[in-house]
Design a protein around this ligand. Structure first.
Ligand code: AMP
Length: 425
């Protein structure tokens, strides 16, 4: 019986797994200098947490959650996004606010799989908790912008919007609901539901007839309170000061319930239908929703898969083996034991090395070295052990040299090898 992976899941093969490590290291370096600490909440939580924070009317909660009962009958869900867990963890562990946290975690969503959309994916996210000022929004956006630029994300652009606050949103929502109710007949079934549950979400609808109706929908801009206006203006000014290009998109509301004021999306023209690389915004009321004190916050998260797709291209996902910089070929029992010790000594000196322990004579071992894509081999027989001189053979040219352990250590080309040495790294 051969098994296949579950629909919508992926095998992260070595080339991509290495790129992910590098990316996490880059984020760690960049974000720890800005005061962010890593955090790792559990992979599953009580279903209620997401229902309360992500939102009962959000697509994630309605259609995409991996919800399950454990053997104790608890109502649980696999994590579909990071922010609710992070905020719960801050409150539950009484972490001192203000605090800045970043994470790299797998997320689970039962959406229709397609390129760039999987049922298990990984997000890197950053949250600034306890800072209400527009400077925090700008700082976070700039951190993201610099990170994506450094990663070489292609075709990137930033969209910005504000969705108001407790003061001004209700008035706008009322007006929008009235408008949508008048146009019920022209709306799709989902938007009819949204009209009642969460009218702002109609702007996320991709159905052309709904988009047509929305062209004449009332604008939120005209309903912003003074505080929201000033906050939004300050964010835009801040981005301008850093020369970060952005476009205002009044229709962008983000799919989750907890956002307030600033919402952002970094997109890439390279991504096709799933064009959002990174989404985020301010969520000043989430802490209170989860039973904590008033705690303003802002954050974003981006998908690693989409980030790699846009910065490294498709071939990062393939892997059919890498070359071996140095392969030791021991000949005979005594040499096998000797080689086992030698490879550890060489590794300690910073050399990437493996040994071919499968039995056989020199010609068989050389064939295997070729098949394993070895760049160089070190031949060790009883004679070589006795003389403490080994034969180094270049597998490309066939050239052979005798050398001592010390000479081997000083060979520059054996140092600082990356794991992937197929010429491209
Ligand atoms: P969201 O919480 O939906 O704003 O997602 C944040 C980011 O995670 C998106 O911009 C994507 O880069 C990534 N993402 C979200 N859902 C998926 C998915 N199903 N598969 C792959 N990446 C995803």
């Amino acid at each position: 019986m051969r098994y296949e992976r579950v629909k919508g899941t992926r095998d992260v093969l070595p080339r991509e797994a290495l790129a992910r490590r590098e990316l996490e290291k880059l984020v760690h370096d960049k974000f720890s200098r800005a005061g962010f600490f890593p955090i790792l909440p559990p992979t599953f939580e009580k279903y209620e947490l997401y229902q309360h924070s992500t939102g009962e009317a959000s697509d994630i909660v309605i259609k995409e959650m991996y919800r399950f009962a454990d053997m104790g009958g608890r109502d649980l869900a696999l994590r579909p996004e990071g922010t609710p867990s992070v905020m719960r963890a801050i409150l539950e562990n009484h972490l001192k606010i203000p605090i800045r946290l970043w994470y790299s975690m797998t997320m689970f969503r039962q959406d229709k799989p397609q390129k760039g959309r999987y049922r298990e994916h990984t997000q890197i996210g950053a949250e600034i908790v306890g800072e209400a000022e527009p400077e925090a929004d700008v700082e976070l956006i700039k951190l993201g912008y610099d990170l994506f630029t450094e990663m070489g994300i292609e075709g990137m652009y930033l969209e910005l919007n504000t969705i108001g606050c407790r003061e001004c949103r209700p008035g706008y929502t009322e007006k929008l609901t009235r408008f949508l109710t008048e146009h019920q007949k022209e709306l799709c079934e989902d938007c009819k539901l949204r009209t009642q549950r969460n009218p702002l979400r109609v702007f996320d609808c991709k159905v052309a007839s709904c988009q047509e109706v929305l062209k004449s929908a009332p604008s939120q801009r005209e309903h912003l309170c003074q505080g929201c206006k000033e906050h939004f203006d300050a964010v835009k000014k801040g981005l301008g000061r850093f020369s970060i290009p952005f476009g205002e998109n009044e229709r962008m509301v983000r799919g989750l319930d907890y956002y307030s004021r600033t919402v952002i999306e970094f997109k890439s023209t390279l991504l096709g239908a799933q064009d959002t690389l990174c989404g985020g915004g301010r969520y000043d009321y989430l802490a209170e929703e989860l039973g904590g004190p008033p705690t303003p916050a802002t954050g974003f998260a981006f998908g690693i898969e989409r980030a790699l797709l846009t910065s490294r291209g498709e071939d990062i996902f393939e892997f059919s083996g890498a070359s071996i910089p140095l392969l030791v070929l021991p000949l005979g029992d005594k040499a096998q034991a000797y080689a086992l010790e030698l490879i550890f000594k060489l590794r300690q000196a910073g050399i990437s090395v493996q040994a071919e322990f499968r039995s056989g004579g020199l010609s068989r071992k050389l064939k295997r070295a070729d098949a394993r894509n070895a760049e160089r081999v070190l031949i060790i027989g009883e004679d070589e052990i006795a003389k403490a001189r080994f034969i180094l053979r270049d597998m490309h040219t066939g050239e052979q040299k005798e050398m001592t352990f010390e000479e081997l250590l000083s060979l520059h080309e054996l140092k600082g090898h990356s794991l992937l040495t197929n010429g491209e790294d």
